[in-house]
Ligand binder design. Structure first.
Ligand SMILES: CC(C)(COP(=O)(O)OP(=O)(O)OC[C@H]1O[C@@H](n2cnc3c(N)ncnc32)[C@H](O)[C@@H]1OP(=O)(O)O)[C@@H](O)C(=O)NCCC(=O)NCCS
Length: 351
């Protein structure tokens, strides 16, 4: 007899079994990038996570009992055709087809939302999950070396995708590289550029740069960005939570910034989440200065690696990463939609 599955949306009452499950070391081992320490997996914190996930998460019930869930989270801006997937099943229900049933539902949901690509991250060694994803047609497109420490070994993080609808037209190299005229890798002007953490008094300059259509093409942002959005983005940078933003100035002009976060415990790395340089003012130099600053940060505080991904069309940044010794580790295909075509996200890591 086939199992009796029922599907419903996540509700706030689900917090208690989710808490129990996320405190199960076998479930948590691969599922939660972080926090993975038990004191962080308290119901109060999970209630907040559940609250944010309500509309995008499906729960499968097996014989009337919640057995697992899958979330489908569409990206924003230039990546709005992509959704990220996250799945887990309570350990007592593993191997009964719950994961497969949830995957089928997630694909249906993502298609219903108009997404063209479903993407996820999983850890080397999580064979159950990797087999499940491959069964549904997902392929590994990129990885991060030694991203996570599991049971005494450094493991790769794999990025897998399933194309749900054709991504056409595909970027074919025409019209690029991004303009970097008049900007060379020289030291001549570097002494008058300064890098420091972004501050409250920089909001006007930040808002100006976030509204420069050419300069924001290295990010998911699509101008116009309201002042409120800039303010909210700025408020999410909290050093005590491991979120930083280094900005490069020439006198009071913001030439670019790099926003990054640091991982905890089992993933002691630096993750660059956004890098934007003003393409009209010495962009190569700015990118060079900002990336050097992140490398110095890594060295000073003893983080293992720096990871990032960047649109293949943002050659000012990719060129700089390569010059600074970053290595390419694959690309998420068609991850961005820029200037009317689909563009890959190139993965880089240092060292
Ligand atoms: C990964 C997970 C979601 C799978 O859920 P599940 O309900 O056990 O999955 P299913 O019973 O539908 O099995 C799905 C596939 O997994 C694979 N699988 C199941 N048991 C396996 C095992 N012991 N070893 C290897 N692969 C296995 C099989 O390919 C199976 O498909 P098949 O039976 O048609 O061949 C679940 O194990 C889990 O929640 N793990 C912990 C959290 C986690 O790692 N989440 C993913 C993070 S990226």
């Amino acid at each position: 007899m086939s199992p009796d599955f029922k599907f419903r949306s996540l509700s706030i009452e689900d917090s208690s079994w989710v808490t129990e499950s996320w405190n199960d070391p076998e479930v948590a081992k691969y599922f939660m990038a972080y926090p993975r320490t038990e004191h962080d997996v308290k119901e109060e914190w999970i209630r907040k996570v559940v609250e944010e996930a309500l509309e995008k998460t499906i729960v499968a019930e097996l014989n009337g009992e919640p057995a697992g869930s899958v979330s489908v989270e569409p990206e924003k801006g230039r990546c709005r055709h992509v959704a990220w997937l996250g799945i887990f099943v309570r350990r007592k229900h593993w191997g009964k087809g719950v994961g497969s049933a949830l995957m089928a539902k997630a694909i249906e949901l993502a298609k219903g939302l108009g997404c063209r690509k479903l993407t996820l991250a999983t850890t080397e060694g999580n064979e159950r999950a990797i087999r499940l994803y491959k069964k549904f047609g997902f392929n590994i497109e990129a990885y991060r070396s030694e991203d996570t420490y599991v049971n005494g070994l450094w493991k790769k993080e794999y990025f897998m995708s399933l194309e749900l609808a054709p991504c056409e037209p595909k970027f074919n190299g025409a019209g690029f590289p991004q303009s970097d005229e008049g900007s060379q890798f020289t030291n001549s002007n570097k002494q008058d550029s300064k890098v420091r953490q972004l501050m409250d008094s920089d909001l006007d300059e930040l808002w100006r740069l976030q509204n420069c259509p050419e300069s924001t093409k290295s990010s998911v942002k699509i101008p116009p960005i309201t002042r409120k959005e800039t303010q909210r983005w700025y408020e999410r940078i909290r050093v005590k939570e491991g979120r930083f933003c280094y900005a490069c100035f020439k006198s009071s002009q913001l030439l670019g910034y790099v926003q990054f976060r640091t991982g905890l415990l089992d993933a002691p790395n630096v993750y660059i989440e956004e890098i934007i340089v003003d393409v009209n003012r010495r962009p190569l130099e700015t990118a060079d200065i900002l990336i050097s600053a992140v490398k110095n940060f890594r060295e000073r505080y003893g983080y293992r690696r720096i990871f990032t991904f960047i649109p293949q069309t943002s050659t000012i940044i990719t060129k700089t990463l390569e010059k600074q010794g970053f290595k390419k580790t694959g690309a998420l295909r068609n991850y961005y939609f820029i200037d009317g075509c689909y563009v890959d996200a190139e993965f880089y890591e240092y060292p």
